[in-house]
Ligand binder design. Sequence first.
Ligand SMILES: [Zn+2]
Length: 74
Amino acid sequence: MPDRTPPLRAVRIEPRCPTCGKPADPKYKPFCRKRCADIDLGRWLKEGYRVPTDEAPGEEDLEDSGGGASGQRS
Ligand SMILES: [Zn+2]
């Protein structure tokens, strides 16, 4: 995979507008303007309608259950 993550240099945790990605305005935190806040709120409410209950019913990962019943080694 040629997808290389860039080196983390100058990591500044700035509040970014979740709607458009612009630097947030302290006045409309964490958004950059009221419009973005409204957009995000609307999106959030819309997503709230569909309840994510379609989870996989107990998909157990049998990755190291230590079941060495057939391999006798001494
Ligand atoms: Zn914005």
